[in-house]
Design a protein around this ligand. Structure first.
Ligand SMILES: C[S@@+](CC[C@H](N)C(=O)[O-])C[C@H]1O[C@@H](n2cnc3c(N)ncnc32)[C@H](O)[C@@H]1O
Length: 200
């Protein structure tokens, strides 16, 4: 039995979604696991959650169910929406806009699943600036190492839209650090966790 690289890397949560050009599978991290990582770091439970790149709304919905005040944005409105998540778009929990057009985000957890790879190197610092007033930024995305590991596993990595930034893991750590975040890679959930170091 062959398991796609993504199944090995993110085994906890995956779901199908449909785009104009076909059916895809999204791999992600359950908000509950991100909340546990937050609690490990700060010794209290996160209250607010912001999904930067909320796509069809699954993660915002799960974060609400996990008891957090959750909202999100996405630059794109997906054409086929699960009806159970419609409400999130209608009531404004999820807005269609770019993170670059948002006010600074104030949330305990900011989740960026793949989203940071949609920007150019020049734009990325502007995105990270939006998160300076948040407590913890959780980012997952393909790195150069992922692309190599997937190829060795006989797989091709696909993304739901076009990405621009595929960089080594250390590049991401350095970039966050240079922008004034204390960054660690939480191995057990395969997630970059960055905490703004105020006054840096
Ligand atoms: C891999 S999906 C994440 C889905 C969901 N958060 C999850 O974890 O299951 C990444 C999303 O980032 C969105 N995105 C790309 N550029 C963006 C921008 N400038 N502002 C907001 N969202 C953006 C894409 O449209 C895409 O839906």
């Amino acid at each position: 039995m062959h398991y796609h690289y993504y199944y090995q890397k993110y085994p906890y949560l995956n779901y199908n979604f449909r785009d104009t050009d076909g059916l895809y599978r999204m791999f992600s991290i359950p908000p509950k696991m991100l909340a546990a990582e937050f609690e490990n770091t700060f010794s209290y439970r996160p209250k607010t959650f912001f999904d930067c790149g909320a796509a069809t709304g699954v993660i915002v919905w799960l974060a609400l169910r996990a008891g957090m005040d959750a909202r999100g944005i996405d630059i794109k409105k997906y054409p086929y929406q699960f009806s159970c998540y419609d409400e999130l778009f209608r009531n404004g929990n999820i807005q269609i806009k770019s993170i670059l057009d948002c006010e600074p985000i104030v949330a305990d957890i900011v989740f960026c699943n793949g989203t940071l790879t949609y920007f150019s190197e020049k734009e990325l610092p502007k995105v990270l600036d939006k998160f300076r007033n948040s407590k913890m930024i959780c980012a997952i995305h393909n790195t150069t190492e992922d692309v190599e590991a997937a190829t060795a596993n006989g797989d091709e990595l696909t993304t739901c839209n076009k990405t621009r930034l595929i960089k080594p893991q250390n590049w991401w750590m350095d970039t966050f650090t240079k922008k004034g975040f204390n960054t660690k890679y939480a191995e057990h959930i395969r997630c970059f966790c960055a905490v703004p170091s105020h006054g840096a």
